[in-house]
Write a protein that binds this ligand. Structure first.
Ligand SMILES: Cc1cc2nc3c(=O)[nH]c(=O)nc-3n(C[C@H](O)[C@H](O)[C@H](O)COP(=O)(O)OP(=O)(O)OC[C@H]3O[C@@H](n4cnc5c(N)ncnc54)[C@H](O)[C@@H]3O)c2cc1C
Length: 468
């Protein structure tokens, strides 16, 4: 028997549940399908558990630094990994069970638990059940990629998902991948007490960032005695006794790293390979991401793709924003688009990096006239008072329009402070709006107007050429 709905949502990640509420509130009968854990990656193996663990790591670090603040602790800090995991499980579990209960109680919403696969452009099978609807929304997210690497089959390895079960302290954690996930786990486990080596194929960490940002983050990690190995061109693995040997070909240092545990953090892949998309006429690109237009419609009429599986973003906020865009177009007669949004994200090492808009390198590439402001955290009173002076902030503005093109705040509170810049960017207001605003003392944000008052021509761009 086939059950008929107005809409079917596949996956309960960061887009599906919000969309279910919008559609049911508008009077539609909705089916939502989840094959595993309600809330998906962010809630169970991504943002929420990792940031909960980052908080434990920060606490350990502050205990170690206590004497600097005049606090007597008896020296050192050891970490009870079972309690770190229990705290993480509790925070993540509350979020998951809260969401599951909310969906199951939602009026006009039927929850199916099982793996969904298309039968036709209007029909989805979940086990022996068949569902049909005129509108289908795909929110299936992604999973850790495990590319072919020589010897990988000989060793045990962890991913962001299996890391969630770690309730012990790895003696020496080797992390392959020097981007967001690798760096966050790296600093956190170093602070828990592990020796940590981060191995990256490229010549710099978090490659998409400007060189000064990437370098400053490397220095922050190295100050905590995290080993960073760049330019590891041929990564391979073998086993020696209990140890995992990672073979690297680096420009500096020994060609092997000998560790007890291995975490692969080398990217993500979309969960689109087992959906039978071909039966629905939904096309994917070379990497398996569902091809969508600016309003998240797939090649098949009546089918949308939201969140990580569409390749238009890889964050919780991009997935949630996808749901807002789809709901606005369908229900509010509001033609919101993906291209309306400004790229923004944070890296949760300590101190965090908050980013908005273009990097300095991207602005340079355009050749447009531009101005830049930069301030080290050592010249931010709030950072000095807190004893957290690592990092810097910088901002780039358009030389003609005076609009802010991009900013990076690597420093205490950087993940929050970036929003005052982001909101002015959305307002398309000139930077002088922030420059003239009175900010609260003492905060990191109060120095943004000061930094904007000291803008200089960005060398190599049109303004700098006129300035010379
Ligand atoms: C370690 C880590 C840390 C992260 N930290 C951050 C952060 O700090 N900030 C941030 O913004 N982002 C972070 N992210 C990214 C963020 O978790 C994702 O971008 C976010 O979860 C959006 O995912 P989504 O909505 O696309 O789907 P997901 O959250 O991945 O959910 C998809 C759901 O669909 C289900 N599903 C898949 N296939 C099927 C099927 N065929 N049938 C039924 N159900 C199916 C899955 O089981 C899953 O529950 C992090 C990711 C990782 C891995």
């Amino acid at each position: 028997m086939t059950s008929t709905y107005d809409a079917i949502i596949i996956g309960t990640g960061q887009a599906g549940p919000f969309l279910a509420r919008r559609l049911t509130t508008a009077g539609m009968k909705v089916a939502i399908i989840e094959r595993k854990l309600f809330g998906g990656t962010c809630v169970n193996t991504g943002c929420i558990p990792t940031k909960t663990m980052v908080a434990s790591a920060y606490a350990a670090q502050m205990v170690r630094r206590a004497a600097e603040f005049g606090v007597v602790t008896g020296g050192g800090a050891t970490v009870d990994m079972k309690r770190v995991k229990a705290r993480k499980d509790e925070v993540s579990g509350q979020s998951r069970t809260g969401l599951e209960a909310w969906l199951k109680k939602m009026e006009n919403c039927a929850v199916y638990e099982g793996h969904a696969r298309f039968e036709s452009p209007r029909e989805v099978a979940v086990g022996s059940e068949k569902l049909t609807a005129e509108r289908i929304f795909i929110n299936v997210g992604g999973r850790a990629a495990t590319p072919q690497m020589p010897g990988l089959e000989q060793v045990e390895y962890l991913t962001n998902s299996s890391m969630m079960n770690v309730d012990f302290l790895p003696e020496h954690l080797i992390i392959v991948g020097g981007s967001y996930i690798g760096l966050e786990f790296g600093q956190m486990f170093r602070r828990f007490g592990s020796e940590v080596t981060i191995i990256e194929m490229a010549g710099s960490l978090i490659q998409r960032e400007d060189e000064d940002v990437s370098l400053a983050i490397k220095e922050i990690l190295e100050r905590e005695n995290i080993h960073v190995r760049l330019n590891a061109k041929c990564i391979g693995f073998s086993k020696r006794g209990e140890d995992i040997i990672t073979h690297v070909e680096c420009t500096t240092g020994a060609p092997e790293v000998n560790g007890t545990h291995l975490l692969l953090a080398v990217g993500r892949r979309p969960n689109t390979d087992d959906l039978r998309l071909e039966k629905a006429g939904v096309s994917v690109d070379k990497r398996g991401y569902i091809v969508v237009d600016d309003q998240l419609r797939t090649a098949a009429p009546g089918i949308w793709a939201l969140g990580d599986c569409n390749g238009k973003g890889a964050f919780t906020h991009t997935s949630f924003n996808d749901a807002e865009i789809v709901a606005a177009n369908l229900l509010d007669d509001d033609p919101r688009r993906v291209s309306d949004r400004i790229p923004t994200y944070a890296l949760y090492v300590d101190p965090p990096l908050g980013r908005a808009g273009m990097t300095e390198a991207e602005v340079r590439k355009t050749g447009r006239s531009a101005l830049i402001g930069k301030r080290p955290m050592t010249r931010v009173g709030r950072a000095v008072e807190k004893g957290e002076t690592q990092g810097f902030m910088k901002i780039v503005v358009d030389g003609q329009t005076r609009e802010i093109l991009g900013a990076a705040i690597l420093g205490t509170g950087g993940d929050e402070v970036i929003h005052s810049i982001l909101d002015v960017m959305y307002a398309k207001a000139p930077y002088t709006v922030i420059q003239r605003a009175m900010h609260i003392h003492p905060t990191v944000s109060e120095l943004i107007p000061t930094m904007l008052g000291e803008l200089q021509p960005l060398s190599g761009t049109a303004d700098a050429k006129t300035a010379h």
